[in-house]
Design a protein around this ligand. Structure first.
Ligand code: FUB
Length: 321
């Protein structure tokens, strides 16, 4: 299939795709023209609500289920609803979302619904111990759920070491190990971390942790975890070098060994994705800024097929296609 835009008429980004009850659901950010000038802090991404979309068939219509959560209904809200994800357990659906609190610190919140298409009712507080952005939840084959998250610069990950806020708030020096995506087991009720978050370490071909100066390969933001043939694929954006990359591990915590680029840069600064199997084929959901004429903060979600080589590596794709 050719890459296809999914939501004409509404700007959407950061698509998290899942199959629930045989149907494909997409949980994206909802981009708006905020009027805030572009900066490295991402202030121009001042999103205020979420819509959910669904598809019966990948070639068919993408239905907009309307606003499912509004920033004004979140008790602890400050500003900026960034990239969400969703999970299903025991008949309930959980929408996980990054949002700045009233002190302008990104936390991760959760909202609950009886239906995959929402609406979602937010919890009164963010997840205890959460920080930074871009939650992505894996439902593992053994019934455990793991959250992956974290984003550098505007996503504030550089302000923490070992889950504690630090004074300097910089990325490590170029020759030091890079910052990592975080991973934590979720509690049985899906509303908390069941453990202290750990680093999802990415190793190079020599078994060394990727260095902070390795901007073409190091983790920046937008993690996604999927399983293929029993292996754990951690995929992510390299941020300022704009690649979507991946690394493979043997368990949900890693370490993960760097394997390559899934998608070369798209039009627009950010690149953010999810990977989902639907009706026997694998798909990459992502976004670019082509329909808005290149405006970084007005993105549009897309889908294209993703294919593996026989050895389990992913066939790299051109973001400009
Ligand atoms: O959409 C706002 C932010 O831009 C996301 O949280 C990042 O992953 C990047 O796509």
């Amino acid at each position: 299939m050719k890459p296809k835009y999914l939501t004409p008429g509404i700007y959407t980004a950061d698509p998290s795709a899942h199959v629930f009850n045989g149907k494909l659901y997409i949980y994206p950010s909802h981009d708006i023209e905020s009027g805030i000038p572009e900066n490295d802090n991402g202030d121009h991404f001042d999103m205020r609500d979420y819509h959910v979309f669904s598809m019966d068939d990948i070639e068919g219509e993408c239905t907009d289920h309307g606003v499912v959560l509004d920033v004004k209904d979140i008790p602890w809200s400050g500003r900026q609803l960034w990239a969400p994800d969703a999970a299903h357990k025991d008949g309930k659906y959980y929408l996980y979302f990054p949002l700045k609190d009233q002190n302008d610190i990104f936390r991760i919140g959760v909202a609950v619904s009886d239906k995959p298409e929402g609406p979602f009712i937010p919890e009164s507080d963010p997840i205890k111990g959460s920080h930074s952005i871009d939650p992505a939840v894996l439902e593992d084959s053994d019934g455990k759920y793991y959250m992956y998250w974290g984003g550098i610069w505007g996503g504030q990950l550089q302000r923490y070491r070992n889950n504690k806020a630090i004074e300097c708030g910089q990325e490590p020096a170029d020759n030091e190990p890079a910052l990592c995506a975080k991973v934590a087991l979720l509690s049985d009720n899906m509303l908390e971390f069941a453990e202290e978050p750990k680093n999802a370490v990415i190793l190079d071909e020599n078994g060394e942790a990727l260095k902070a100066g390795d901007h073409d390969r190091r983790y920046f933001e937008g993690p996604w975890m999927h399983k293929y043939n029993g292996k754990y694929y951690l995929s992510y954006s390299t941020g300022n070098t704009h690649n979507l990359c991946y690394a493979i591990g043997d368990n949900p915590y890693g370490p993960f060994t760097y394997k390559g680029v899934i998608l070369t840069p798209v039009v627009g600064w950010t690149t953010h994705h999810s990977i989902c199997e639907f009706k026997g084929k694998w798909y990459l959901f992502y976004h670019d800024s082509v329909p808005s004429g290149g405006k970084t903060w007005l993105r549009s979600i897309k889908v294209r097929e993703l294919k593996y080589n026989d050895d389990g590596t992913i066939i790299s794709m051109d973001g400009m296609d």
